[in-house]
Design a binder for this molecule. Structure first.
Ligand code: PLP
Length: 487
């Protein structure tokens, strides 16, 4: 893969930034430094867009724009064909049997909400939903809302259970036998964690769950996986799969929900309105066939059309090449970050730390040396001892390095990892561990090792600003605090 060529396709890299470090050195009489493009390391949040995708949006609005499925005039037919063409492309891209199985939504969040609503309505009192401790809020909150709704409206009690994670940030597969029961009706889990980077063995989980319980529907949140590794629904054998175009170089405002045809056909619609009906009279409505039954109202037409170009882009590069490149960067970052003793990394193949009891007593585990690439994706979450992730990210921003800081929409996981927010004033003063947040770097196809080096150099700058410069190792000396941090 030609990285220079790939980078030339992303216009955001043409914008240049003056870093604070270079500015300071220039002021101290060193020769001036060239401005640098942003080291964008927040791809798990959203990816930047190649020119082909940007051009496709402009082209759709300029030359092919009309509402779809409605007009009989040429322009509308043309827009419909382009839109439906992308549906067929998505189906092929993820190994769906038919393009009828592809529903366009707004994003992964809407895809999962649709399922929680449409599949959840039929749950009975005492039924169970199984999630995991590493889910994004998008794969927790819709089910909590469902449980609340069923309880309030119908006095139906739904129990939500969570598959725990192991010390090295994987799913505890040994808990499945205990957690899956005859009452389990929905299992929903992520293919790849947006914090730990863990890639879950979906195929194995699907077959274990099916052999244990009452044949629940199995939903896979593939927001972090599609576009970064090969995802084939026929191979995974799940019932539903959700993902977002904006995390795979496509436009925001477009999500995908794939579902097995026979289940989709029986499922009631989510929203009612235009385009999802066959006929309406004052008493009742007959719904359109799938997938249109689930696509009420005018969709993001131009964005869906441009999404087709993002798939072309990814296919042209090749998913194997993309995965190889992103894993090389992840391995490189893991190696460099784990060589600093004041950095705690979360997830497989790193120094995962899980408290013996959430947030109180920490147990430091031995380094897990033996695998990384197979078990994780291109996401590395970490904390620097004694420095809040928002401070880390702000100082890195001055070095034109963009990383994410915060709870990553995974607050329950933060608390499992022992980095939940302070519960007492004493804890609030202990800046060593209980930050409620973590730093996260995540790679895309345009990232380079040089950008990882800039991250590491930026972290040195962070320590300088906080006057920690590697002198303070909380794991060796938990009582010693630098004076600059004492409130
Ligand atoms: N699931 C996972 C694992 C994610 O990482 C994200 C976003 O970061 C989502 C779901 C939600 O995606 P969106 O905001 O596109 O709906």
């Amino acid at each position: 893969m030609n990285l220079i060529k790939v980078r030339s396709e992303f216009p955001f890299l043409r914008r240049k930034y003056q870093t604070r470090n270079d500015l300071e050195l220039t002021q101290r009489g060193r020769t001036s430094f060239a401005k640098k493009p942003l080291a964008y390391l927040d791809n798990a949040s959203t990816t930047q867009k190649p020119q082909a995708v940007i051009d496709a949006i402009v082209d759709a609005y300029t030359n092919h724009y009309a509402n779809i499925h409605r007009g009989v005039y040429d322009l509308s037919v043309e827009a419909t064909d382009l839109y439906e063409g992308v549906r067929a492309k998505v189906a092929k891209f993820i190994g769906a049997k038919d393009s009828k199985e592809i529903i366009f939504t707004k994003n992964t969040t809407e895809s999962i909400n649709l399922l929680a609503y449409c599949q959840g309505q039929s749950l009975k009192d005492g039924d169970e939903i199984l999630l995991t401790q590493m889910e994004h809020h998008s794969n927790i909150v819709p089910f909590q809302l469902l449980a609340e709704r069923l309880k309030t409206n119908d006095k139906r009690q739904i129990k939500i259970k969570y598959i725990p994670i192991t010390a090295d940030g994987r799913l505890d597969m040994s808990s499945l036998d205990r957690l899956v029961t005859k009452k389990t009706k929905i299992v929903s889990l992520t293919l790849m964690s947006n914090v730990l980077g863990t890639i879950n063995p979906i195929k194995e989980i699907v077959s274990r769950v099916r052999s244990l319980g009452s044949k629940p529907i199995i939903i896979v949140d593939a927001a972090q996986a599609v576009g970064h590794m090969k995802v084939d629904v026929s191979e995974l054998d799940c019932d539903f799969l959700a993902f977002s175009a904006h995390k795979m170089y496509g436009p925001s405002g477009v999500g995908v929900l794939w579902g097995k045809q026979e289940i989709l056909e029986k499922m009631p619609p989510f929203m009612g309105g235009g385009d999802m009906i066959l006929s309406v009279d004052f008493e009742k409505t007959t719904f359109a066939e799938i997938p249109w039954k689930f696509e009420a109202g005018t969709p993001s037409i131009a964005d869906v059309i441009a999404f087709g170009k993002a798939i072309n882009f990814v296919e042209k590069l090749g998913l194997e090449n993309i995965r190889k490149h992103e894993m090389e960067l992840t391995d490189y970052a893991l190696k460099l970050l784990s060589s600093d003793s004041d950095i705690t990394i979360y997830g497989p193949g790193s120094q995962t730390v899980i408290p013996a009891k959430a947030g109180i007593k920490r147990k430091i585990l031995d380094r897990v040396e033996n695998d990384n690439a197979g078990a994780r994706g291109a996401v590395v979450a970490f904390n620097v001892d004694g420095i809040h992730p928002h401070d880390v990210a702000s100082i890195l921003s001055e070095e034109a390095v963009a990383i994410r800081s915060g709870h990553h929409c995974a607050q329950p996981l933060m608390s499992v990892l022992g980095i939940d927010p302070p519960a007492t004033p004493e804890q609030a003063q202990d800046l060593r561990w209980r930050t409620g947040a973590a730093c996260r770097v995540s790679f895309g196809i345009y990232n380079t090792k040089e950008e990882v080096d800039r991250l590491i150099a930026g972290l040195r700058k962070v320590r300088q600003v906080f006057r920690l410069s590697g002198h303070w190792d909380t794991r060796k000396n938990l009582t010693q605090k630098p004076s600059s941090l004492v409130p």
